[in-house]
Design a protein around this ligand. Structure first.
Ligand code: 5GP
Ligand code: ZN
Length: 114
């Protein structure tokens, strides 16, 4: 997808600190981390928002969650706890229109969100 910053990261056209790559998913460090650990997990395929998911995407979205849990375990904060977040559209706080799962860990996180 032209002009999609995350598609450009998938294509290697702009730099990112890649944490993990699978057939359908990549994970990289968030540019503006909001916690000691803040990783973004995205599908390689361009999907603009959660509203655009189809049944065919189910496995990929499942893999995104699994990769998040694996990274949390590798980094040693799985037991302490962490948060995964997928923002959708304007009121959900989505700013990049290629779906992504935030993995936030390494500190206690407040709830409810603002
Ligand atoms: P959203 O607000 O859409 O849920 O989250 C977008 C996230 O992407 C933000 O946390 C933001 O810091 C991150 N981000 C935006 N542009 C870039 C970029 O070019 N590289 C990386 N690594 N993260 C980015
Ligand atoms: Zn994209």
């Amino acid at each position: 997808m032209e002009d999609c910053i995350f598609c450009k990261i998938v294509a290697g056209e702009i730099p990112a600190t890649i944490v993990r790559e699978t057939d359908d998913v990549i994970a990289f460090e968030d540019l503006h981390p909001q916690a000691p650990h803040h990783v973004l997990i995205i599908p390689r395929r361009h999907i603009a928002t959660l509203n655009d998911l189809t049944a065919e995407d189910a496995e990929t979205v499942g893999n995104m969650a699994r990769v998040a849990a694996e990274i949390a375990a590798e980094r040693g904060f799985a037991e302490a706890g962490y948060r995964t977040v997928m923002n959708c559209n304007q009121q959900g706080g989505q700013t990049v229109y290629h779906i992504h799962m935030h993995l936030l860990g390494g500190r206690a996180l407040a709830w409810p969100p603002g």
